[in-house]
Design a protein around this ligand. Structure first.
Ligand code: FAD
Length: 461
């Protein structure tokens, strides 16, 4: 069997790249080790309840008329209609620190008003930051942008406000500990604050089905349960893929969404490891609490709340299994979703930073016990803030970095991959390219953009 292009991974980036290439009459095959597509943002059923693996919110909701906005450009390139997404916007979200709370919506002026109320002396600096973000050429594929913390400190003197701005942007798209690349900061700032949050009415499955159907309709082949074990390299070019079942396919080029170090580890001996793109160190735990009544009944009104219980927000590998001092709480039904059976169940998702090393070193019994300890701690915390909510819990599920590693193969179970991105997607092998998390555009929209950009840049000739 021979394909012009083989794509490793049927996550958001692999599917989007596949559609783009199939449109241009390339023979394309996506190889996915898992039994369903979606990767880090897939879905499953447990006890009859549909769960999204990760989805809190999709970012980047622009005005439909803004032709240059990333989501609108993406839809055009994938030949999808905006209406197919069944968009349900957030109502409002918050950033809560010990003595201050900011509120934002999909209109950045609401965030400006909130900053003016809570940090009146900083509003000019905040507006200057907005101008800087608007002017920055964030999507450059050739250079990194330097330290976001340093750029912020030049404009805003209050370190608490700086940490409050960084908290959601880091939780939703930063692979680096403690600081953020300034270009990545601008991309995330635009995605969250200029354009904003939405969800498809039925959850992430809506996006995955759209992409999969489109890909197949334009002739692409999707092979599930077909992991790639090895990339055969001959004279500096990838020539074939050896699969888990020992079968082999010959290839003209390979686009991999498995991650940079993960991809290099698949290459024949001698091609090296991640080199200057090492595996990431940031892990997360997330618990999903399914409720038998709306979270709003217990005073949980925001679509998403980003919080830090310390005035200094710590974003790094924790010393303990979990860092409970900060996190994200998301109530999917607090979006403007239809109040009917199509919508996701009433639920609360609670996310914290986690130390992958400690989770990986636990024996199976201890692993189950520690997961339970985390749930107990989180239930207590939820009850202290929203009395009565835990009595409405009818099902729970939880993932750790170990779960992520098991289902996606990402080293250390990272969600955001290597802290050093491979912006142009090239590797030392001349026809092997990287898309998705380790190319550098993160999140659902980012991953799709990455797939399309790398297909356009390297594989359309
Ligand atoms: C818990 C969680 C919550 C999240 N929440 C949000 C959110 O609310 N909003 C948002 O925008 N983003 C969110 N994200 C991030 C978002 O899901 C990812 O950034 C995006 O999906 C990454 O897509 P990708 O294609 O780059 O990589 P992946 O999704 O990792 O896809 C890679 C695929 O490659 C496959 N693969 C790996 N190795 C092989 C191999 N050797 N052979 C065959 N297949 C292989 C994997 O199985 C996987 O399917 C979340 C992620 C997680 C984990």
């Amino acid at each position: 069997m021979h394909y012009d292009i083989a794509i490793i991974g049927a996550g958001m980036s692999g599917l989007a790249a596949g559609i783009r290439l199939a449109h241009y009459d390339k023979s394309v095959c996506i190889l996915e080790r898992h039994s369903i597509p979606g990767g880090l943002n897939s879905y499953y059923r447990r006890q009859g309840i549909p769960f999204d693996v990760g989805l809190h919110a999709v970012t980047n909701l622009p005005d439909a008329k803004n032709k240059r906005a990333p989501l609108n450009r993406l839809l055009r390139q994938l030949r999808l209609r905006r209406d197919d997404l069944d968009i349900c916007e957030q109502t409002f979200s918050t950033i809560a620190f010990p003595d201050s709370q900011l509120i934002f919506t999909n209109d950045v002026e609401d965030l400006c008003s909130s900053v003016a109320d809570v940090f009146p002396r900083e509003i000019d600096g905040f507006r200057a930051l907005i101008s800087l973000v608007r002017e920055n050429d964030s999507f450059t594929l050739s250079t990194a942008g330097g330290s976001a913390r340093e750029r912020l400190a030049e404009l805003i003197r209050d370190p608490v406000l700086n940490d409050m701005i960084l908290c959601p942007l880091m939780f939703y798209g930063n692979a680096r500990e403690h600081d953020m690349d300034f270009n990545q900061f601008c991309i995330m700032f635009e995605s969250l604050f200029f354009e904003g949050f939405w969800r498809p009415a039925i959850g992430v499955r809506q996006i995955i089905d759209l992409l999969t159907n489109r890909y197949r309709a334009c002739g692409g082949e999707l092979l599930l349960r077909k992991g790639v074990r090895q990339i055969r390299v001959d004279a500096g070019s990838a020539t074939a893929l050896e699969l888990d079942d020992a079968s082999e396919i010959s290839v003209g080029a390979v686009l991999s969404s498995a991650g940079y170090p993960e991809t290099m580890a698949m290459c024949d001996a001698g091609e090296g490891d991640g080199g200057e793109h090492p595996a990431g160190e940031l892990g997360f735990v997330e618990s999903i609490f399914v409720l038998n009544q709306p979270a709003r009944d217990f005073g949980l009104n925001a679509s998403i709340e980003f919080f830090s219980e310390s005035r200094h927000f710590h974003y790094g590998r924790p010393n303990d299994l979990v860092d409970f001092s900060s996190g994200v709480i998301c109530a999917p039904r607090n979006f403007a979703v239809p109040d009917d059976e199509r919508s996701t169940a009433h639920m609360v998702r609670l996310t914290h930073l986690a130390d992958y090393g400690q989770w990986f070193s636990l024996a199976p019994d201890a692993y189950a016990e520690r997961k339970n300890d985390v749930l107990v701690h989180q239930r207590r915390w939820l009850d202290s803030r929203h009395p009565g909510l835990t009595e409405a819990i009818i099902a729970t599920d939880m993932f750790t970095p170990k779960t992520i590693k098991r289902y996606t193969g990402h080293i250390n179970g990272t969600v955001y991959g290597s802290p050093v991105k491979c912006l142009d997607g090239t590797t030392p092998i001349d026809n092997l390219f990287i898309c998705g998390t380790d190319q550098g555009f993160l999140g659902i929209v980012g991953a799709m953009l990455s797939g399309v950009s790398m297909a356009n840049l390297h594989l359309m000739r």
